[in-house]
Design a protein around this ligand. Structure first.
Ligand code: M6R
Length: 630
């Protein structure tokens, strides 16, 4: 969850670098703030000492603190933005945490599961603690090893060795970054189950929770493996395992444009990302099929015979990504005739699921770092399943640990509430479904080509919705005082309804529920009273199985009980008009592809309502962009 940055530069006398650790680290934190924003802190090594500042609240509070109490110029520094786990978001609990008489500073992302036991041990040795965090325990442990076990002797490995010995004792998930006053031009980092990337510069090196932590300075990145330690100086990057054995990282080039991680003139990242959606879908579809509609999913390096023998698909994901999986289930089952389950990652591995070598696990994750999903994928692999990751973040942990990957090309998603990643995930899952259908002969090539052609029209249709969004924005403003909003949908409209409700909960902090419209009469209809706003996602009247008529009946049922109905319907659907307070029309499209359109007005509505309330739509309260704890 937390954002982590580390930097070591060289003195201007030796190389022409103008960078100061403070500036580099603050810039990195600014880009990583989406990962956690309940406190922030920074430590630099200068003049043979550690100087640090930390502050609860957003990064701006830390910046104000730094203006009031500046730090000395330095070439080595670490910085942290926090999403609280152990101990509330206070100044004292903010990172860095110090030990070894203030000579060592540590920042941490993750949870040290055995911190209580270690704390007892350290307290018995006379260590006192200022915070309630597990991080301070790790700092004290490293400090104790450095000073008392290694005698503060840098010849015996110094901070790196202390980190190794500490990591051998730590349980749980962690990325740790440490600096020590005795080694002023070194940052030592360790990772287990939490993300960490190295950035390679000229006469300077970087560390970040992800590449956005240093993207302004270098595009050369090194992926670290599990249970590795990295020691960076301005000129060197040395990687080992937790026992000091040399290890290697994998270098790659970051092809993100830093500008794409900026707001591009929009008032918020979320609004920008909603407007990025035509391109996000287009980029995800691009280059993956030929003129005959033959799909070649190059990154999907998994034996085709194995894919042919798959007899069950389990989609693993959380939050919005799980709703993308639920949408995809309808298409995959229809196109491939493979039974497909969608399961929340955190529920999956604790229920003794039936998984074997013929099971294909499809994990969906924007960040590729969601701990619940990572753990579920690992569990499925242990059971012999084949794993494919649909992911938006190059080089992140879940795709790295999966047998195959299908990247969504939505570009960096910064706003905590997921928007463009959702549409790109659906598009990618559809490509996967069509690819399996092609491979297994469930569909003729011509049919696949037709579906791809329909998918190809989606970006322009999303644009059309964006260009005509005034009515839905007005609705958001007009409903600023709503206390509860319900969302109904059927078939693929059901996960869309749940996604619409999630957006509203996340952004506007009001009660919102998404229901399967058919389920209403089994209980939830009791919630309907005079004036209750109900959004209904209506399927195309051209669709199959009289679904449209059933949903129109559902609208009538809630309306008869006083609901104020807002209907998302296909252009030309006159039947809904009579029963709706408001109709939001979306362009015509085949039923299975409709979620790529019907979601968009719901995103715009949530954004408008939350903005009307004056809330921070990019960083809603209590949330973090990547949930890297279980
Ligand atoms: O990075 P992931 O896609 O794995 O994240 C999963 C969820 O945490 C995420 O979709 C979350 O629900 C978003 N805040 C939704 O807007």
């Amino acid at each position: 969850m937390c954002g982590i940055v580390g930097y070591v530069g060289r003195s201007a006398g030796r190389v022409n670098t103008e960078h100061k650790a403070l500036d580099v680290v603050l810039e990195g934190l600014r880009r990583l703030e989406y990962r956690g924003y309940d406190s922030a802190g920074i430590a630099v090594v200068a003049d043979g000492a550690i100087s640090s500042r930390k502050k609860s609240g957003k990064l701006s509070n830390l910046i104000a603190e730094l203006e009031a109490h500046p730090l000395p110029d330095a070439l080595t520094g670490i910085g942290h933005t926090r999403w609280a786990t152990h101990g509330g978001p206070t100044d004292l609990n903010a990172h860095p945490h110090l030990s070894d008489g203030g000579k060592l500073a540590l920042i941490h992302n993750g949870i040290i599961e055995n911190f209580a036991e270690l704390k007892q041990e350290l307290v018995a040795k006379g260590v006192t603690f200022l915070s309630e965090t597990d991080t301070e325990v790790a700092a004290a442990l490293i400090g104790d090893i450095y000073r008392n076990q290694l005698g503060g002797d840098n010849a015996s490995g110094g901070l790196t060795r202390a980190m190794e010995l500490a990591c051998q004792r730590l349980e749980g998930a962690f990325t740790l970054l440490a600096v020590h006053a005795d080694q002023p031009d070194v940052v030592v980092a360790a990772r287990r189950n939490s993300p960490l990337v190295v950035g390679l510069g000229e006469g300077e090196n970087f560390l970040g929770s992800d590449v956005s932590g240093f993207i302004d300075y270098t595009r050369r990145a090194v992926e670290l493996g599990q249970d590795q330690i990295v020691t960076i100086t301005a000129d060197t990057v040395a990687i080992t395992d937790f026992f000091g054995a040399p290890a290697e990282g994998k270098e790659y080039y970051v092809n993100w444009d830093p500008a794409s991680a900026e707001k591009g003139g929009f008032p918020s990242f979320m609004e920008k990302e909603i407007h990025d959606q035509p391109d996000a879908v287009l980029q995800t579809l691009l280059g993956r099929s030929d003129v005959d509609g033959k799909l070649t999913l190059d990154e999907l390096r998994i034996d085709t015979e194995l894919l042919k023998s798959v007899d069950k698909i389990i989609v693993l994901a959380c939050g919005t990504s799980a709703y993308a999986g639920q949408v995809a289930k309808y298409a995959i089952e229809r196109w491939c005739r493979i039974p497909t389950e969608v399961e929340l990652s955190h529920e999956f591995r604790y229920r003794d699921p039936i998984v074997d070598a013929n099971t294909l696990i499809v994990s969906i994750s924007q960040s590729g770092e969601t701990m619940d999903t990572l753990m579920a994928v690992r569990y499925a692999k242990e059971q012999g399943a084949k794993t494919v990751s649909i992911c938006n973040t190059n080089g992140s942990t879940i795709p790295r640990e999966s047998d195959a990957v299908l990247y969504t090309h939505a570009g960096p998603e910064i706003a905590v509430a997921s928007t463009k990643a959702f549409l790109a995930q659906i598009a990618a899952a559809y490509l996967l479904g069509l690819y399996l259908a092609q491979l297994r002969g469930n569909k003729f090539q011509g049919e696949i080509k037709d579906i791809l052609a329909d998918l190809g029209k989606i970006p322009a249709k999303i644009q059309q919705i964006l260009d005509n969004a005034d009515a839905i924005k007005k609705l958001g403003h007009d409903m600023v005082d709503a206390k509860s909003v319900l969302f109904l949908g059927r078939h693929v409209g059901f996960p869309v309804a749940m996604e619409g409700a999630l957006k509203l909960k996340e952004l506007a902090y009001i009660h919102a529920e998404g229901f399967a419209a058919g389920e209403l009469k089994h209980g939830p209809i009791a919630l309907i009273e005079e004036g209750q706003p109900v959004f209904v996602v209506v399927p195309s009247p051209r669709g199959r199985d009289s679904l449209h008529a059933k949903v129109v009946s559902n609208i009538q049922e809630v309306r008869a009980r006083g609901a104020k109905t807002i209907v998302i319907a296909e252009e030309g659907d006159e039947a809904v008009k009579a029963y709706a307070e408001h109709v939001i029309y979306i362009p015509e499209t085949p039923t299975l592809l409709a979620p790529l359109l019907s979601t968009v007005p719901l995103q715009i509505f949530a954004l408008a309502l939350a903005s009307a309330k004056g809330y921070d739509v990019d960083q809603p309260r209590n949330l973090a962009k990547s949930v890297t704890v279980e």
